[in-house]
Design a protein. Structure first.
Length: 133
């Protein structure tokens, strides 16, 4: 078979099954548009996160209590000590490179309003937090 016969057969098949051809074309268009939209959303999210991270600056350090993992072994997980206000004051006094410091408290709990309640995470800090961020 030569190419002209193949094109005639394909054209006849499309003309006899117009609705099937339309649905196939619609499915392909929707699929391609979905992939493009997902890639655009992913790239936009990535850019947004990078912008937020870079807006914090390169001179920001977070100190958090807890355990860490080294070589597959959890280190420091046996003690549940947290940082206290005395620790914040000591860090501020003993490190001259710190221009501002702000403690942050994070806990989870229930928020109740009337007969409604929601489990939520509660954050607390002081006024210096807004100046730092």
């Amino acid at each position: 078979m030569n190419y002209s016969n193949l094109i005639k057969i394909a054209k006849n098949a499309l003309m006899r099954n117009k609705f099937r051809a339309f649905l196939t074309m619609l499915g392909i268009i929707i699929g391609v548009a979905s992939v493009i939209a997902m890639l655009a959303i992913g790239q936009g999210s990535k850019k947004s996160i990078q912008d937020q991270m870079s807006s914090m600056g390169s001179n920001l350090v977070f100190i958090m209590p807890g355990s860490q993992q080294r070589g597959g072994v959890m280190v420091g997980g046996s003690s549940n000590q947290t940082l206290r206000m005395e620790d914040v004051e000591a860090i501020s006094e003993q490190c001259s490179a710190i221009s501002a410091i702000s403690p942050e408290l994070r806990t989870s709990g229930q928020v109740v309003f009337g007969n409604l309640n929601w489990p939520t995470t509660i954050y607390g800090s002081n006024a210096a937090y807004l100046d730092i961020k």
